[in-house]
Design a protein around this ligand. Structure first.
Ligand SMILES: Nc1ncnc2c1ncn2[C@@H]1O[C@H](COP(=O)(O)OP(=O)(O)OP(=O)(O)O)[C@@H](O)[C@H]1O
Length: 265
């Protein structure tokens, strides 16, 4: 099967600072993949590379087998990439409804949009109760739900989420992650980056011990990587963090964990 999103030996730099060292990642249709990493390990940069906001110095981004490395953001969005950005990025003075409809900006099927919105509000009832409220007055967790619903209204082929649990209370972290899993179960391919490994994996029947080991033990990751046999739970890893290649374990190393579709959620 062809990966719907593939990062192939991506090396990204900010001037002299290298953020990615041969980053590779495959996401297949219907999967949910969580890329884990500490501060400054290059997670948001991976999102920027995928969305064409930062060009890698070498390596490729492939969408369903097509080389999209040089595509502009409009082309990527037209293809079906959608983002739930870090810190939500809602328009605070616009209503929740207006924010949601921005997600359908490119769609011509207005009637279907209205139906999809109704369906989404069943999934996000709290959002439905606040449609006419200014988005900036919602709580962080509620804003996260609006950002997710907005992205879903664009009918993503791949939904990319940058730290969806950032700044949320434990209760909201759990709610948001449950929703991410529900969205995936309903058929959306999800790629998310998180530094909140325990929250991202706990109770989701994805091995936490492996996650912790991977996050803090770069050798553990790279050994698996070099042997070229991604274990069932492990897909791929970043190299070192941008500022310290020599001490990646201390700086945080990002790894992704593949959650087998259907079985572990
Ligand atoms: N515009 C930029 N110019 C220079 N360096 C940058 C720029 N953006 C990011 N970096 C550096 O690249 C590295 C990776 O940053 P990135 O934001 O991708 O990390 P992250 O894993 O998302 O971190 P966090 O979880 O703290 O948001 C960091 O060392 C950061 O300082």
């Amino acid at each position: 099967m062809t990966a719907v999103l593939r990062l192939e030996n991506v090396n990204t730099f900010y001037g002299a600072v290298q953020a990615h060292f041969d980053l590779c990642l495959d996401i297949y249709p219907g999967e949910i993949i969580c890329l884990l990493g500490g501060n400054a390990s290059g997670k948001s940069t991976a999102m920027k590379v995928i969305f064409g906001l930062v060009r890698p110095r070498s390596g490729r981004v492939l969408l369903a087998g097509e080389d999209a490395t040089q595509w502009g953001t409009p082309q990527l969005v037209a293809w079906g990439l959608r983002s739930v950005p870090e810190a939500r990025r809602l328009f605070p003075f616009m209503t929740v409804r207006e924010n949601l409809l921005l997600g359908a900006y490119l769609r011509k099927d207005r009637r279907q949009v209205a139906e999809d919105l109704e369906r989404l509000l069943d999934l996000f009832p709290r959002v439905g109760e606040r449609l006419n409220q200014a988005a900036g007055t919602l709580s962080g967790g509620e804003q996260q739900m609006v950002a997710m619903a907005r992205a879903l209204l664009g009918k993503p082929r791949v939904l990319c989420m940058d730290e969806p649990t950032m700044g949320l209370s434990p209760l909201w972290v759990d709610r948001v992650l449950e929703l991410v899993q529900t969205i995936n179960r309903q058929g959306t391919t999800v790629f998310m980056v998180e530094q909140n490994a325990r929250a991202a994996l706990q109770g989701r029947r994805i091995p936490i011990r492996s996650a912790t080991g991977a996050l803090t033990g770069w050798k553990w990751c790279s050994r698996r990587l070099r042997k070229g046999r991604p274990a069932s739970a492990t897909a791929m890893a970043f190299g070192a963090s941008a500022s310290s290649r020599s001490a990646p374990a201390a700086r945080g190393t990002a790894c992704s964990f593949r959650c087998p579709t259907g079985s572990s959620r």
